[in-house]
Write a protein that binds this ligand. Sequence first.
Ligand SMILES: [Zn+2]
Length: 303
Amino acid sequence: MCAAKPNRQYTATGKDQRRNNSWQVPSSSSSATFTPKHTSAPVNYGVPVAKPKPTSVPRSAPMAAAAHVPSVSGIPNNVVRFVCISDTHNKTGCLPFPIPDGDVLLHGGDFTIKGKLHEAQVFNDWLGQLPHKHKVVIAGNHDRLFDKNFWQVPADPKRVLTNATYLQDEHTTIYGIKIYGAPWTPEYRDLAFNVPRGLPCLQKWSLIPENTDIVMTHGPPWGQGDFTKGKKHVGCEALLAVIQNKVIPKYHVFGHIHEGYGVTGNGKTVFVNAAMCNIHYKPVNPPIVFDLPLPHGFSKNVC
Ligand SMILES: [Zn+2]
């Protein structure tokens, strides 16, 4: 039983993936249409859980030579299309595929490598060229410029990332869809936004409101998109407990574990590891796309 076995289709229309160079989660009038192959065991925080078999990692799509941005087309008015990317690590200028169009672009952090201001500025300029009406970004463990533990006066994300909505322990609502974002990952090599495992992590995740539709964190929860080349699950146990037992969002989008790229699920939440770079920091994984139904009473013509 493995989770990520391509319970997905290449595009919303079932056309060849190589045309769009993106993975499309099965259409989604609701996440109920996604039928994952396994269910993760519920977790009691602090109590070791039975380890599921490693999730299989979907292979990346064939590369295309193109580097153009597709034009706006084909997004029905009654859905909101999300395009998920993460861990671009300064490689936005040399992606081997275009970023598909959508209503909302989600970036799961690690847009830099060294966490310098000029890296973030280049990323922001790139964001400004994309056609998505809404762009939501969180930081990752490489993005030191925003972490006050690294700088007495960290850079102000809202001034640097002027072409996106930056979330840090806060939410935004787009077309009635509530999106929460947080950069924290369990301590590893003294990088940015690191938090010790256990209670400190749990305290961060406890801030996520229960009625959140999409959770964005830089790191994965334990057991979902977190299997490393060292053949270990390294996701956050406390995050899994909160996502699975309290928040139960429709989608949980993250990156961080480059080897964990792909889509998994537990029957209630679809987990999207959108890391574009592989472990050698080469951008080889295409964006992952999903649709949510436009909530009743909202129009995409009005913010
Ligand atoms: Zn990364």
